[in-house]
Write a protein that binds this ligand. Structure first.
Ligand code: PLP
Length: 377
């Protein structure tokens, strides 16, 4: 059996998530377990929720659920909508497809609006498809393409039409400006391990006051005990002075997340996002100079994941891992086998690492065979 204390060395992560932890957060993660109730926990949990609310621009405290980002796609969609309702889903790629699958799993009728590869969602097309629907679901940053979609415009359209607007912000919160209340979003789900630079293990869901109102007014029960946001409200409201969550919380993960949120808020969320944007722009410009083209159209490239077309992504990944000790990602539908994706998350989101990636790819392009790889089956 593997001895987890004697792992072989692994390459530094610059994949499309998760990122590596900062040293201080690693220290927080590695301390002894504390109880998930009592005064110390109540303060840690409360401060963490407050910090998450500030980062997400949400006046209502977000939900912090052990699990992953997808846990909160499930919780958000399952709580905001009722079985039999119709929702319109922007089919932005791998994670747009997941939104549709999650909606279907909750008994919703789904209308998919295709989004051509390399383009942003067409708000007019969503609006046309949304006549008579209950809501619209969209990914903010589609990790498969590195494209940032115009969720403010989607939200404005939803507001005009009285539709609920739910966003997958898993690859955007912490790396892009996300203002749940001010943008008029009803719900935004994210995860601990991407733009928040924390370990994987938490889904995070912010509902706006209007979003919470919709949940309060639903007539059918939520088809899950764990994922019903009102269950989490109950414990926070009724047991908040002692045990504010319905389940045993991973206290070490919370410590690491809190430690990371402190760092983000010390810099200020605007400065934090601006720094990530500058880094992403520099990486993209460097890769363009090497002859690669971004998947994202001008002005819509994401800050946490840079996706570039490549006819030999596997060879580039292999070269970087073997020669530079850096792990990057390949494509994911619809860019599978046709792109590389480089994450700017966590400890390795630095100028120095961007330089190393650029040097590595420049060297790889000089020595690798120029023949394109066979496209995926
Ligand atoms: C990573 C990611 C997911 C999946 O998140 P998990 O934490 O693995 O559940 C979903 N959507 C987007 C946009 C992502 O980047």
């Amino acid at each position: 059996m593997i001895d987890p204390r004697k792992l072989p060395d692994t390459p530094e992560l610059m994949i499309a998530g998760p990122g590596e932890l900062h040293e201080e957060d690693l220290e927080a993660l590695g301390r002894q377990v504390i109880a998930h109730y009592g005064d110390l926990w109540v303060q840690l949990h409360g401060d963490t929720l407050e910090a998450l609310g500030r980062v997400m621009g949400a006046s209502e405290p977000p939900y912090l659920m052990p699990g992953t980002g997808t846990t909160c796609l499930d919780a958000g969609i399952g709580s905001l909508f009722e079985p039999g309702q119709r929702v319109v889903v922007a089919d932005t790629g791998f994670f747009g497809n997941r939104l549709a699958e999650v909606a279907e799993a909750h008994g919703l009728e789904v209308t998919r609006v295709p989004v051509p590869v390399g383009e942003v969602v067409d708000v007019g097309a969503l609006e046309e498809a949304a006549s008579g629907a209950a809501g619209v679901l969209s990914v903010h940053v589609e990790t498969a393409t590195g494209i940032r979609h115009p969720i403010e415009d989607v939200a404005a359209m939803c507001r005009r039409r009285g539709l609920a607007c739910f966003v997958d912000g898993i690859a955007s919160v912490g790396g892009e400006r996300v203002e749940v209340d001010a943008m008029g979003l009803h719900g935004v789900a994210t995860a601990s391990q991407k733009g928040l630079d924390a370990p994987p293990g938490f889904g995070i869901l912010a509902l706006s006051p209007e979003g919470k109102q919709r949940v309060a007014e639903r007539s059918a029960p939520v088809g899950s005990w764990y994922l019903d946001t009102r269950r989490w409200d109950f414990y926070r409201d009724e047991w908040g002075s002692w045990h504010p969550s319905p389940v045993t919380m991973p206290s070490n993960l919370t410590l690491a997340l809190c430690s990371s949120l402190r760092r983000i808020l010390e810099q200020g969320i605007d400065a934090w996002v601006a720094r990530r944007a500058r880094l992403a722009a520099r990486l993209r410009a460097g890769l363009c100079e090497l002859g690669l083209a971004p998947v994202a159209p001008d002005g819509h490239a994401a800050n946490l994941v840079v996706a570039m077309w490549s006819d030999r992504p596997a060879a580039l990944q292999r070269y970087l891992a073997q020669e530079c000790n850096i792990m990057i990602s390949g494509g994911l539908a619809p860019t599978m086998g046709r792109a590389i994706r480089i994450g700017l998350m966590g400890r390795t989101a630095t100028d120095e690492m961007v330089d190393r990636v650029l040097e590595g790819i420049e060297a790889a392009l000089k020595v690798l065979p120029t023949a394109p790889e066979a496209p995926p089956a």
